[in-house]
Design a protein around this ligand. Structure first.
Ligand code: NAD
Length: 469
C-alpha cells in the first residue's frame, strides 16, 4: 500500500478491520463495501464575462440496498472521484448506524466558490441538477442530495426548483433534495442538525462514568475544555451547543489561523469579530496561532475537527493532547492516525456516528415532503388541551393557582422544531449506546464497532432480498 493511502483506501481499511470481526461471507462483504454507481460529468459554464469554463463534477451512489440513496453535495477544489466515493461509502454506514432507511451517496463539484459570482454558482447548481436528472441520479425514490461542505439551503432551493421543472410528478418533487429553506419545503432544525447531533453524541459519550474515569475526566459537558476546527455549518453549531451546555471553548480554528484562550472564547463575539475584520485572528484577549493546524494540538479535553478530512495524520497524531476526539467532519482522522490515537487511549467518537444528525433530520424533511404536512400540525393543540386538563386538575386538587405564563409553558404542545430536535436526540443517544455495547462485546474501539453495526444491518437487507444465504 502507498505511504499515503487515499481517503477511500482509508475507509476501506476501517471496513476491513470491522469485517474481520463479523462472520459474513466474503462475497457479501465485498458487495457491501463497493460503490454501486458513479456518474462523472463535465459540463460548460458560461461565465459572467462571456467566456466558457468546463466544470468537473461527480455523483456517487455507494449502496442500493435501500432506496433512495442519500448524501450531500460538496463544492470544493479538492473534490475528486476517490473522495466522492469515500464520502458516499461513509453515508451508507452512517444511515445504517442511525437507522435511517437510505443507501449512501455523495456529490462533488470541483470549484472554489470564491472564484465564482452568485449567478455563476446558481448556473452551475442548476446544470448539475439537470445532468443528474438526465442520468436518473436524482429523485425522491432514487437519490436525494443535501448540503455538504461549501453548499447550503440556497443551493438546495435551486436544485428543487430545477428538478420540479423537469419532473412529471409534482406530488413528490419536493422530496428530491433536503436541507432546503423552510418556504421551499425544508424542515425546522435541519440547518443546525449536524452540529446539534454532534453535541447530543458527545453528551451521551461523556455521560458514562467508567469511560470518563479511564481518561481522568468527570462526567458531563460542563467545564470540558473544547477546541473546534472549522466554523462553518457543522463547526459553528457544534461549538454553539457545546458552549450552551457549559463547555469552555479554549481554541477555535479557521483556514486563515486559529485563536486560543484557556479562560474561554465567546463564540458569538468571535464570529462577529471575523465578520467585521475578515479574520479570526487578533480577537481581543486571545493568542494568535498563525498555523491553523497547530490548534489541533492544543491542550484540551475534547477536540472537534469540523472542517475537512485528513487533518489528523500519523505526523501530528502523537502531539494531540485531547482525551476525546469528536469527529464532526467526515474522515478527519486518517487510518494511521486512528491507530496512534487509540494506542494513546484517546476516545474517538467516529464520524459515521457523530455527524449523522444531518442525515437524520434530512430523513425527517423527506418524510415531511412526502406526507405534505408539518410535524406537529395535527397534534399540537390536542396535546396542549390534554396537558391543560391534567395541570388544571392537579392544581385544583392541590388548591394552587398557576399563573397564565407558567400554565402556557407547562402545557405547550410540541411544534415541528421540538419534534425534530427530540427525534434527533433520541436517535443520537440510542445509536451511541448501540455502538458502545458492540465495542464492549467485541473488545474493540467505537469506530470499528460502528462499522460492525452498519455491516450487520446492510447484510440483513441483502439477505432478506434473498441474494445471499
Ligand atoms: P462548511 O463549508 O459550512 O464549513 C467548513 C468550514 O471549515 C468553513 O468555515 C471553512 O472556512 C473551514 N475550513 C476549511 N479548511 C479549514 C482548515 N484547514 N482549518 C480550519 N478551518 C477550515 O461545511 P460543513 O457543512 O460545516 O461541513 C464540514 C464537514 O462536516 C465536512 O467534512 C462535511 O462533509 C461534514 N458534514 C457536513 C454535514 C452538513 O450537514 N453540512 C453533515 C455531515 C457531515
Amino acid at each position: 500500500m502507498a505511504s499515503h493511502p487515499s481517503f477511500l483506501e482509508q475507509v476501506d481499511r476501517m471496513f476491513a478491520k470491522a469485517a474481520a470481526l463479523t462472520d459474513h461471507p466474503e462475497g457479501l462483504l465485498r458487495q457491501i463495501s463497493l460503490c454501486n454507481g458513479m456518474y462523472k460529468m463535465e459540463f460548460p459554464l458560461v461565465r459572467d464575462d462571456g467566456s466558457i469554463q468546463v466544470i468537473e463534477a461527480w455523483r456517487a451512489e455507494h449502496s442500493h440496498h435501500k432506496l433512495p440513496t442519500k448524501g450531500g453535495i460538496r463544492f470544493a477544489m479538492a473534490v475528486n472521484e476517490d473522495e466522492v466515493a469515500a464520502l458516499a461509502t461513509l453515508m451508507t454506514y452512517k444511515c445504517a448506524i442511525v437507522n435511517v432507511p437510505f443507501g449512501g451517496a455523495k456529490g462533488g463539484i470541483k470549484i472554489d466558490r470564491k472564484d465564482f459570482s452568485e449567478a455563476e454558482i446558481e448556473r452551475i447548481t442548476r446544470r448539475y441538477t439537470f445532468e443528474l436528472f438526465n442520468k436518473k441520479f436524482i429523485g425522491p425514490g432514487v437519490d436525494v442530495p443535501a448540503p455538504d461542505y461549501g453548499s447550503g439551503p440556497k443551493e438546495m432551493a435551486w436544485i428543487v426548483d430545477t428538478y420540479r421543472s423537469l419532473s412529471d410528478d409534482p406530488l413528490t418533487a419536493q422530496a428530491c433534495v433536503t436541507g432546503k429553506p423552510i418556504a421551499q419545503g425544508g424542515v425546522r432544525g435541519r440547518t443546525e442538525a449536524t452540529g446539534r447531533g454532534v453535541y447530543f453524541g458527545i453528551r451521551e459519550c461523556v455521560s458514562i462514568e467508567e469511560d470518563m474515569q479511564r481518561r481522568g475526566l468527570t462526567t458531563g459537558i460542563e467545564g470540558k475544555r473544547v477546541v473546534v476546527q472549522g466554523l462553518g455549518n457543522v463547526g459553528y453549531h457544534a461549538a454553539k451547543y457545546m458552549s450552551e451546555g457549559g463547555a469552555v471553548l479554549v481554541g477555535l480554528a479557521e483556514y486563515e489561523g486559529a485563536i486560543h484562550n484557556p479562560a474561554g472564547l465567546d463564540l458569538e463575539a468571535v464570529v462577529a469579530h471575523r465578520k467585521a475584520t475578515g479574520s479570526i485572528l487578533n480577537f481581543p484577549g486571545a493568542t494568535n496561532i498563525a498555523n491553523s493546524a497547530e490548534a489541533l494540538e492544543l491542550d484540551c479535553d475534547i477536540l472537534i475537527p469540523a472542517a475537512l478530512e485528513g487533518v489528523i495524520t500519523k505526523e501530528n497524531a502523537p502531539r494531540i493532547k485531547a482525551k476525546i476526539v469528536g469527529e464532526a467532519a467526515n474522515g478527519p482522522v486518517t487510518a494511521d492516525a486512528d491507530a496512534i490515537l487509540l494506542e494513546k487511549g484517546v476516545l474517538i467518537i467516529p464520524d459515521v456516528f457523530l455527524n449523522a444528525g444531518g442525515v437524520t433530520v434530512s430523513y425527517f424533511e423527506w418524510l415531511k415532503n412526502l406526507s405534505h404536512v408539518r410535524f406537529g400540525r395535527m397534534s399540537k393543540r390536542f396535546e396542549q388541551a390534554s396537558n391543560e386538563r391534567i395541570v388544571k386538575a392537579l392544581a385544583a386538587s392541590m388548591n394552587v393557582e398557576i399563573p397564565p405564563a407558567e400554565m402556557m409553558r407547562l402545557t405547550a404542545g410540541a411544534d415541528e422544531v421540538d419534534l425534530v430536535n427530540s427525534g434527533l436526540e433520541e436517535t443520537m443517544a440510542t445509536a451511541y449506546q448501540e455502538i458502545r455495547a458492540i465495542a464492549l462485546g467485541k473488545q474493540t474501539d467505537l469506530r470499528t464497532a460502528a462499522f460492525i453495526n452498519a455491516i450487520d444491518k446492510v447484510a440483513v437487507s441483502y439477505t432478506e432480498m434473498g441474494i445471499f444465504p
